[in-house]
Design a binder for this molecule. Structure first.
Ligand SMILES: [Fe+2]
Length: 260
């Protein structure tokens, strides 16, 4: 059985717009286990709306959750993580220790766009790479400027970024154009990680399994396994991950016909 890794789920009770209490966080963890997950971020936002979310606070809250999971024998390993909003100060914030990387391993920083904006992540990726830190683009399907621009996405990937897509958006896209974009990404090798972006139990539940199944249909089972399990758990555990470049948006028949 393939054990999935949720690389984007809000589990730090009371720290952001995710679960309000640890009981809700635990119910989410149980749901994740039922969805087939063995690894998950214990994640909260780091942005100006949550100034108290320091790395130390998030690490401590994740450790408490981890202890409760062990005591209750819920087979889910959680990793302290921040969802960092891109801002002009992100590089300085990293240098001064204000940001929490995925699993606190100092290898990957999970970033989202500022509300209602799209900014070029490439300069940030290039500035952080010498520090051994690479970017994960959170819920990347939300950004049409990325989803429908394969050249841009390929450049970001070449610069060391990983593309994370929300499982729910793969399983049941609520927008036709987004659905087509995700399909193209899945078939073209642009997706590297799966996240539920779960926030609660009554709303935005941590669902992974349906998205994983649909991904397997679109991209093939072995690719889906890499995305849903191998790469995801490696990122969370702090193991190295190298992804192949996406397939160029080629015209295969055209190439074959003309020897290109
Ligand atoms: Fe999120």
């Amino acid at each position: 059985m393939t054990l999935l890794a949720d690389t984007h789920v809000h589990l730090l009770a009371g720290l952001d717009d995710g679960p309000a209490t640890e009981d809700v966080a635990l119910a989410m963890c149980r749901m994740l286990v039922a969805e087939g997950a063995a690894h998950a971020t214990a994640l909260a936002h780091q942005n100006p709306g949550y100034p108290d979310n320091t790395p130390a606070r998030m690490i401590a809250t994740a450790a408490a959750l981890s202890a409760t999971l062990a005591a209750k024998k819920i087979p889910l390993t959680v990793y302290p993580t921040a969802e960092v909003m891109l801002s002009p100060t992100v590089v300085d914030d990293w240098k001064t220790g204000k940001l929490l990387s995925v699993g606190n391993h100092g290898q990957w920083l999970l970033v989202e766009m500022p509300h209602g904006e799209f900014v070029d992540a490439l300069p940030v990726a290039e500035e952080l790479r010498p520090f051994g830190l690479q970017l994960i683009i959170a819920h990347a399907e939300r950004y049409p400027d990325l989803l429908h621009d394969r050249d841009r996405a390929a450049k970001w990937i070449a610069a060391g970024c990983l593309i994370q897509v929300t499982a729910r958006a793969i399983a049941d896209p609520w927008d036709d154009e987004m659905g087509r974009g995700i399909e193209g990404w899945a078939r073209g090798g642009f997706i590297h990680l799966l996240g539920s972006d779960g926030h609660g139990i009554d709303r935005r539940q941590p669902l992974l399994a349906a998205g994983y199944r649909r991904l397997a249909k679109l991209a093939g089972r072995s690719t889906a396994k890499r995305i849903g399990s191998t790469w995801g758990s490696a990122v969370l555990r702090g193991e190295p991950v190298t992804v192949p470049p996406p397939h160029p948006p080629t015209r295969k028949w055209f190439g074959r016909m003309f020897g290109g």
